[in-house]
Design a protein around this ligand. Structure first.
Ligand code: HDE
Length: 705
């Protein structure tokens, strides 16, 4: 079945307040459109006299400025967004009647990625869960898929959300630490509240420090219900699968990046889009039978702290999303976008997951404060592309000039409008609340027994990881708990780890200098699910950043070849030289030894060895550094630092034949995995082959990070 494709970007209801832009050659005006002669001087009683209250332009300009900030999101305050398009394969249309899942349907989308805990100005690469929220502007209204990059959540019931957020936010007395879970209140909460252990395990693993938003999976977390064209229903879980694979930073990179480039993820996303390396995800569904138990192979589908391994229920791909346009105004789009898990379209409905039910209340409520009133759906970024015909009226920031006199139903004065779907001859398919039978029960504040197991999936996740990933988990727990001042809190969390995995517990306890406790809870073993590991695949290298280290006397032909090969492979070459300016081939230097840091590069190609004297550009002819006693070159310490960090972070390093780089001079063992000499013709090809597995994992056999 094919469906009419909604016109992409143009909202049907024109926004009367659309930005008039800045017409070239026109005068600056007040907000009322009055042309102005001067915006640089206040109106004064003489050049040295007092400023006059009468100056309307001064007061308007400053008053508007005073109110430029709105409250930041209470969680997920820091984010970055992009526009794109979702194209449906049609493979979901049997189980879901939503038109945007019909074959070939194209739907405009806006996605906002975020961290959870930090303030709006915090750094991108902190250890945290990431939000992955998608607004589908469908022809049947807006559908928001407001998910995370981790398929399980901290808590099972919405009523606990303020508690977990209070715990992870900075300590209330001094408001530190910012955007960190490495502090006492967080670990106090998760060790006392053991249903949080599974989620915590996921973000202590590498998923907590993604390499890029482009390399994250997304999950709807909760189970949703879909209704097919024949009226049959299924339970489903949503998955986003990134084309580039799931990759992470290592902890040293994440920490360096927080200082060196706090906008790392935001920059990466916008630069990839600018460079035409459009990020892509496939949308997939795990589909379960809709029965009264709402269980699947012993996993309660209403428990948001549990996920269903793909080994047990494969993910069927139903469409593809491509992000191809950066926002033009951060505030208007990324800041003002308002998501809500209750923004559903016909064919998709919620379930009784008590966390999801809590969310259904929260999102509108928070927008009232954040966006200043009930009309936030009229903001351009939130405006549905489907026609809106509601009876909501007035309120703060009302931008519609509604016609008619009878905004109530039924009425006989406005021609009876609006009708309900199906009434008065209209054929629109309405949203129908699924008529779920609600079991006769007593009112109580309680969880089902099936919510009681808090450890088995944390264990299953940990044991399914590759050895190097497990090592990262151990180091993450040891680091985070090492930042806790309270010994009681540390010991309690170590006890929780004893219930998850004895080896993990021993490693962390050893690092903290604490005794290793015995498990105090009996935990059933679940079958392992290797699909949670990020290792072992081979991925496209599009948009990966390769640093080409050259000097101002490197041969033009060498630079041209390396840059061309990198571009051809879809990678992003960045030229690193001792100082700025242009290189022999005329290319501008992208990074200097002062501004380059390993974190920015996925791999390095060394086209020249940089010596301290390279910095003196005027003296190019004598550029070779003083020979070391052993006959090698004197190396600029910043060049050495770049190499050593790249080495420690297990990045491919390829040195061109003949440049005379002796790795041991830079403190790098000569025989190291992924540290290679190469001719200029094959250098980039070699890098691409190594990058396909993301990092040179073999080097972590003797890890230093
Ligand atoms: Fe949210 N969450 N949340 N959340 N959430 C918000 O809404 C809330 C939960 C998620 O980029 C807030 O507009 C409650 C799960 C994302 O704009 C707020 C509960 C998942 C974003 C809110 C949850 C999420 C939010 C803050 C427990 C993954 C960012 C500002 C019942 C499935 C959206 C806002 C964006 C944002 C409440 C749990 C994801 C306060 C009460 C589970 C990606 O309304």
């Amino acid at each position: 079945m094919s469906t009419p494709t909604p016109e992409p970007t143009q909202p049907k209801k024109a926004n009367p307040n659309a930005d008039p832009g800045h017409p070239q050659g026109k005068a600056l005006t007040t907000s009322q459109g009055t042309p102005l002669k001067d915006t640089d001087h206040s109106l004064k009683a003489g050049p040295r006299g007092p400023v006059l209250l009468q100056d309307h332009h001064l007061r308007e300009k400053i008053t508007h400025f005073d109110h430029e900030r709105i409250p930041e999101r209470v969680v997920h305050a820091r984010g970055a967004g992009a526009h794109g398009i979702f194209t449906s394969y049609g493979t979901g249309s049997k189980i879901c009647s939503a038109e945007f899942l019909a074959e070939g349907a194209n739907t405009p989308v806006f996605v906002r990625f975020s961290t959870v805990a930090g303030s709006r100005g915090s750094a991108d690469t902190v250890r945290d869960t990431r939000g992955f929220a998608t607004k589908f502007y469908t022809g049947q209204g807006v559908f928001d898929l407001v998910g995370n990059n981790i398929p399980v959540f901290f808590i099972q019931d919405g009523i606990k959300f303020p508690d977990v957020v209070h715990a992870v936010k900075p300590h209330p007395d001094l408001e530190i630490p910012q955007a960190q879970s490495a502090h006492d209140t967080f670990w106090d909460f998760v060790s006392l509240h053991t249903q949080a252990q599974a989620h915590t395990m996921w973000f202590m693993a590498d998923r907590g420090i993604p390499r890029s938003f482009r390399m994250m999976e997304g999950f709807g977390v909760h189970t949703f219900r879909m209704t097919g064209p024949d009226g049959s229903t299924s339970l489903v879980k949503f998955h986003w699968k990134p084309k580039l694979g799931v990759h992470s930073l290592v902890w040293e990179e994440a920490m360096l990046t927080n200082g060196a480039d706090p906008d790392f993820h935001r920059r990466d996303l916008s630069e990839a889009i600018k460079a035409g390396a459009f990020p892509e995800w496939e949308l997939g569904l795990q589909v379960f039978e809709d029965n009264e138990e709402q269980m699947f192979k012993g996993i309660d589908l209403l428990d948001p702290t549990k996920f269903v391994p793909e080994e047990l229920a494969p993910v069927t791909m139903v469409g593809k999303m491509v992000l191809d346009r950066n926002p033009s105004n951060y505030f208007a789009e990324t800041e003002q976008v308002a998501f809500h898990p209750g923004h559903l379209v016909p064919g998709i409905d919620v379930t009784n997951d008590p966390l999801l039910q809590g969310r259904l209340f929260s999102y509108i409520d928070t927008q009232l404060t954040r966006l200043g009133g009930p009309n936030f759906s009229q903001l351009p970024i939130n405006l549905p592309h489907a026609p809106v015909n509601d009876m909501l009226r007035d309120g703060m920031h009302q931008t519609y000039i509604h016609e008619g006199i009878a905004p109530y139903h039924p009425n006989s004065l406005d021609g009876g409008c609006p009708f309900m779907a199906g009434e008065g001859g209209n054929m629109e398919l309405p949203f129908i609340d699924f008529p779920e039978r609600v079991a006769e029960s007593v009112k109580e504040r309680a969880n089902p027994v099936s919510f009681d197991d808090h450890y088995s999936q944390a264990r299953m996740f940990y044991r399914s990881l590759a050895t190097v990933e497990q090592l990262h988990v151990q180091q993450a727990y040891a680091f985070e708990l090492g930042k806790c001042a309270s010994e009681t809190v540390r010991a309690r969390q170590v006890q929780a780890l004893a219930n998850i995995d004895a080896q993990l517990c021993a490693a962390v306890a050893g690092e903290l200098g604490l005794p290793v406790p015995e498990a105090d809870t009996e935990v059933p073993d679940a079958a392992l699910c290797p699909s949670v590991s990020q290792l072992g695949g081979s991925w496209p290298v599009e948009g990966r950043v390769v640093g080409i280290v050259a000097s101002h006397s490197t041969d033009a032909a060498v630079i041209e070849r390396l840059v061309a090969d990198a571009n051809l492979a879809g990678m992003r070459p960045l030229l690193v030289a001792p100082v700025g300016g242009t290189l022999a081939d005329g290319s501008p230097v992208d990074r200097t030894l002062l501004t380059a840091r390993s974190i920015e590069f996925d791999a390095l190609v060394i086209a020249d060895v940089l010596s301290p004297s390279d910095g003196a550009r005027v003296d190019r002819d004598t550029k070779a550094g003083a020979p070391t006693p052993e006959g090698g070159k004197d190396l600029d310490p910043r060049f050495v630092l770049l190499l050593q960090e790249a080495y420690r972070q297990s990045k491919a390093i390829v040195a061109l034949d003949g440049v005379g780089l002796r790795f041991p001079d830079a403190g790098i063992p000569a025989e190291s995995a992924g540290v290679l000499p190469a001719g200029v013709e094959e250098a980039v090809e070699l890098v691409a082959a190594l990058l396909a597995s993301h990092r040179v994992w073999a080097r972590f056999d003797s890890p230093t990070s």
